[in-house]
Design a protein around this ligand. Sequence first.
Ligand code: ATP
Ligand code: MG
Length: 279
Amino acid sequence: MSTGFTSTQRERLAILGADEQAGRSFASEAERNQAFTEIEKKLCRESRSRIERILAEKHTSDAFDIQCALERWLIEDMGFTKVATPSIISSDMLSKMSITEDNRLRDQVFWISSNKCLRPMLAPNLYVVMRELHRIAGGPVRIFESGSCFRKETQGAQHLNEFTMLNFVEFAACKQGEQVDRLESLSKAAMSALGIEKYELKYEKSTVYGETLDVEVSGVELASGSFGPHRLDAAWGVFEPWVGVGFGIERIALVKGGHKTIKRVGKSITFIDGVPLSV
Ligand code: ATP
Ligand code: MG
């Protein structure tokens, strides 16, 4: 009777990045265990040399490089300004995004006190900053932020509880009626800055924005874009046209690196740049 890898062995193979071996069958347990030991040894050796190369030559993760590529494009080619705002926001800020008691997203929020939470998105802070910058300087305001966002997710291969959002927004820069064109052209330019040629732009329903323009690669959502004037704008004292796109940095690293799960490329104490540390 043939036998397969045990569940512990299969888990270990998955961590070592050899999921494709998991379905193998063997004539006996002894043969299976010997095969497992050999595969594990080889994979550990490979992982260790990848880690040595990261430390000696590469120095940065793919996720970081992706973030830098987008930021360089925004700053150097597009004239955007980088801002940094707090990860802790108030309950009022969420409510102004229409994430009130009856919204599904409300259940995904990490509360740290009765009226403060870890931000699930960058948009609330960006609304305030873009409004204030426009009040002071007038004219078009182009800003972006890259930072952690937090959502309680029912964990899957594409969701992290903490992920890095890069959200850029262009305010009072295009005329009413030009937003959709601008949103599409900014999304396309961002994908070109990332060196990704095959992707789809899709309009999707969104509980917060009504409708979003999503950028997808092989069915994985990399970004969602939206535009205003929008029903949420008045609460923020914002009345001019705007377009904005939020990219998930780890989603891009997941797709570009061809990884099975986003955990390998997220903030982690068990992986570095997609390579397991348990080797
Ligand atoms: P999804 O439908 O895939 O859960 P979403 O539409 O809820 O994502 P958005 O609010 O549009 O996500 O956030 C913008 C981008 O942030 C997404 O396109 C995705 O790339 C990324 N993102 C959102 N949630 C997560 C998460 N839990 N882990 C990693 N990346 C995420
Ligand atoms: Mg989305």
